[in-house]
Design a protein around this ligand. Structure first.
Ligand code: 13P
Length: 246
């Protein structure tokens, strides 16, 4: 039985002061205990959030990490640093990292291996551009990303997020039917590559809000959501987590 995961990727938003205010309010919300909830803030907010969520069920994630343990990698953050402050999940290969920061699949495979080595749980992001979708190449692109990023990976706990690039921050979401079809393919491919397709949680991400979450969660095989903009407001993120009540 896969426990649904709803994770808020804050991206480059919230100063430590703002993060503290957010989390102080969020931990007082009555959250559905059947849903695993994670917040994924910028690096500088991690420590403060880690302290505030102690003793709650809220999980902590990081948005990126280096594949090396330490060394001359100016500007990078290592898995050891993340582990020490209580990080459990790490987003690997978000399309904004692949696009703006030129992270390629070879690099992402090294990051996946670093997660495996240090017992961090990756949330591996895959997804197609609008052009690829229109050319009917969605599954080719995702199949390629999975094959490359999961090379030599033997992880038993892994989350994959299907985030169509054209749906991120645009207000245009994939239909639940379309998301479900791609997610079904991802599960098949992950099973082929790792032999654990049924155990992998696969999330949908891309313009998820409190008024569309229910449609995604109702679909068999969609195990949760990676939420961007709508995770920045306590009320809205709480409504998303508590979608069964809406
Ligand atoms: P939005 O929810 O703002 O579209 O962002 C999705 C996303 O990229 C989450 O990682």
């Amino acid at each position: 039985m896969r426990k649904p995961l709803i994770a808020g990727n804050w991206k480059m938003n919230m100063t430590p002061t703002e993060a503290k205010t957010f989390i102080a309010n969020f931990i007082n919300q009555n959250l559905d205990s059947d849903i695993e909830v994670a917040v994924i803030p910028p690096f500088v907010d991690l420590e403060i959030i880690s302290r505030e969520i102690k003793g709650t069920k809220i999980k902590l994630g990081a948005q990126n990490m280096c594949w090396e343990d330490n060394g001359a990698y100016t500007g990078e953050i290592s898995p050891l640093m993340l582990k020490e402050i209580g990080v459990e999940y790490v987003i690997i290969g978000h399309s904004e990292r692949r696009g703006y920061f030129k992270e390629d699949d070879t690099m992402l495979n090294l990051k996946m291996k670093a997660c495996q080595k240090h017992g961090l749980k990756p949330i591996l992001c895959v997804g197609e551009t609008l052009e690829e979708r229109e050319k009917g190449m969605t599954l080719d692109r995702i199949g390629y990303e999975l094959t490359e990023d999961l090379k030599d990976i033997t992880l038993k706990e892994l989350v994959i997020a299907y985030e169509p690039i054209w749906a991120i921050g645009t207000g245009k979401n994939a239909s639940p039917e379309d998301a479900q079809a791609v997610i079904e393919y991802i599960r098949k491919k992950a099973d082929e590559l790792l032999g654990i397709g049924e155990d992998i949680r696969i999330l949908y991400g891309g313009s998820v809000k409190s008024d569309n979450i229910k449609g995604f969660m109702a679909r068999e095989g969609i195990d949760g959501a990676l939420v961007g903009g709508a995770s920045l407001k306590v009320d809205e993120f709480t409504r998303i987590v508590n979608f069964k009540e809406v």
